[in-house]
Design a protein around this ligand. Structure first.
Ligand code: WT7
Length: 572
């Protein structure tokens, strides 16, 4: 493997000189770009959409280009302003107030974006849910957030246990509403048709809430990561420096808005920069993806290692069918980006794939490769201007270069989460000695490049999606045949990791392929397809500590054939 840095090509980049910008940087200069810097009146949806819609030279520019099998739609900034105003009026009519949680559970569609922006304009807090979630996953998130309203489709409503959600008062249905009777049901299309296209945006403070994204840790149920309007400063700046967005770009972020990449970089970064945003519905297929680039003349493309690996294994036949020459900048996030993938990208696109590192909790990119910077394949890059990153020990003391430790960020970047919903002690636990400790292990080299080594907790990263082992274990033991369960991530060349479950069987059940498949389906139907274990192995006992905690580390060592390390806390 060629490990030499890949040099930056010269170009007219928004960020021209990394060192100079980094050393001479002040977030105050970024704030000056926004109108609220003078008025003090803020709303992220206004800055993303209305500001452009009110500009005669921008209002007719395409903001959203949607395509899915059987549906194509184009909305200008002015269209999106009007549609989101209409939805904000619907929310107003049904008594949604500032700070209320309004959740969205639907496929990627123009209606998603209209509603999402409408929620923000009404100063409510949006909670987007991944459309593949099943009943338990939906329930846990709506219950914890005490969501008052849910926007969904008649099909997906089957997975919403309405009788177990006392706070959920209203359901907005996008689609055919025949047969839905009751005061709680609101017909999206009917209400939109009747609503006014003008709305007085509710101005809020920079520190007011806008978004809740649920994410998994190694223990407990998923937690609500709470973001505020202030995040726009960093969405805007990283859109400029890292995505290198310019006026004429056509940008495509492949992430679903149920995950943070799909909001920070599928909604905010492109629109705050006034750029045309391509949204694709439907499933992954190499042909459809390449066609999306070719047909829309995509110039900037933000995707994930799993997708690149799948495109790579699809070979040169599909890629050669399409004209991909519009592409000028490619980026990746979510999992380690293999050097092979970067070299493949150089071959087939003649472009570098730029890795970026961040998390749901950080709200926006923190460590990145920039177009103007030499790239070391395998490294996540260097911190963005205005952000201090380091490697610290467990007490929060900084470690020297090349020493592995906790990847940590100096507290206080603009898009940092402001709360874990209803769990202040959990929030505090992320911060040690002034550092936000990420849960990732990494080292920094002498030139300040960061190199990812792994997770320090038991969180699983399968195809870039974060899965908490506790959630899967809890579901597994609800199956009548399962006694105990321990769940780990097992390395996989395509998906990064797959979910492997170790279980014990309840007396009277015999191991069989049918039973294992039934258990797998049980998790899939309860949580979601991506949380269902691909492998299940039956054991006589699941190793636990004397205090009853499952020793996933030991399960992993067994699986990988590694030394088992310190087992002194193992129960008899
Ligand atoms: C975890 C965060 C917000 C991005 C989407 C995932 C892993 C993220 C990289 C990268 C290696 C990465 C980390 C991180 N991760 N980016 N470039 N290289 N690992 O957000 O679901 O909150 O997951 O994803 O382990 O902690 P998330």
């Amino acid at each position: 493997m060629n490990m030499k840095p890949i040099e930056a090509r010269s170009g007219n980049y928004n960020l021209k000189n990394y060192e100079e910008t980094y050393n001479d940087f002040n977030w105050e200069d970024v704030k000056k770009q926004f109108s609220w810097n003078e008025t003090g009146k803020v709303n992220i949806a206004y800055e993303a959409i209305d500001r452009h819609a009110d500009d005669p030279s921008m209002k007719d520019k395409v903001a959203l280009h949607y395509s899915a099998p059987g549906r194509e739609e184009t909305l200008t900034f002015e269209d999106l302003k009007k549609k989101s105003n209409q939805f904000a009026n619907v929310l107003d009519k049904y008594g949604i107030n500032k700070g209320d949680r309004v959740f969205l559970f639907m496929p990627r569609s123009p209606e998603f974006y209209m509603s999402f922006l409408g929620i923000l304009k009404k100063a409510a807090i949006a909670g987007p849910l991944f459309e593949a979630f099943m009943e338990q996953a939906v329930h846990d998130r709506l219950e914890d957030s005490e969501a008052k309203m849910l926007i969904t489709t008649p099909d997906l409503l089957e997975r919403v246990p309405q009788d177990k959600l006392p706070h959920l008062k209203q359901i907005v249905l996008v689609g055919d509403t025949t047969g839905f009777e009751g005061d709680q049901y609101i017909d999206f299309q009917k209400e939109m048709n009747e609503a006014s296209e003008s709305f007085d945006v509710e101005w809020v403070d920079l520190e007011d809430g806008m978004l809740l994204h649920y994410t998994s840790g190694s223990t407990g149920k998923p937690k609500g990561v709470y973001h505020v309007h202030n995040a726009m400063i960093q969405h805007y700046a990283t859109g400029k420096w890292v995505l290198d967005l310019k006026e004429d770009d056509v940008y495509w972020c492949t992430a679903d808005p149920g995950w943070v990449t799909g909001t920070s970089y599928g909604v905010f970064a492109p629109w705050l920069n006034g750029v045309t945003n391509v949204i694709r519905g439907g499933r992954f297929s190499p042909d459809d993806w390449y066609e999306t680039i070719a047909k829309n003349n995509v110039t900037v493309w933000y995707s994930a290692p799993t997708a690149f690996r799948m495109l790579m294994s699809a070979g040169s036949e599909p890629v050669n069918k399409y004209d991909l020459s519009s592409l000028r900048h490619i980026l990746s996030v979510g999992e380690p980006l293999n050097p092979e993938v970067i070299h493949w990208g150089m071959e087939v696109f003649d472009k570098r794939i730029h890795d970026t590192w961040w998390m749901t909790e950080t709200g926006a990119m923190l460590i990145c490769n920039y177009p103007c910077m030499d790239m070391k394949p395998g490294s996540m890059g260097r911190p963005i201007p205005g952000v201090e990153a380091s490697i610290v020990d467990n007490e929060g003391n900084e470690l020297p270069p090349r020493q592995m430790g906790n990847l940590a960020i100096k507290k206080g970047w603009p898009s940092m989460m402001r709360q874990i919903w209803k769990r202040p002690e959990k929030y505090e636990s992320y911060f040690i000695n002034g550092w936000y400790v990420s849960g990732d292990s990494a080292y920094m080299d002498e030139e300040g490049y960061f190199w990812f080594q792994g997770r320090l907790d038991d969180v699983i990263n399968t195809s870039g999606e974060r899965v908490g082992p506790f959630e899967v274990e809890s579901k597994l033991i609800e199956h009548p045949a399962v006694g105990e369960a321990g769940v780990i991530g097992k390395p996989d060349p395509e998906r990064g990791e797959i979910i492997k479950a170790f279980i014990t069987l309840v007396d009277g059940y015999e191991e069989s392929d049918e039973l294992l498949e039934d258990i797998r389906q049980f998790v899939k139907k309860g949580l979601s397809a991506h949380a269902a274990p691909r492998e299940i192995e039956i054991k006589d006992k699941i190793p636990k500590t004397r205090s009853g905690k499952i020793m996933r580390r030991l399960l992993k060592s067994w699986e990988l054939g590694l030394p088992t390390g310190d087992t002194s806390t193992l129960e008899e």
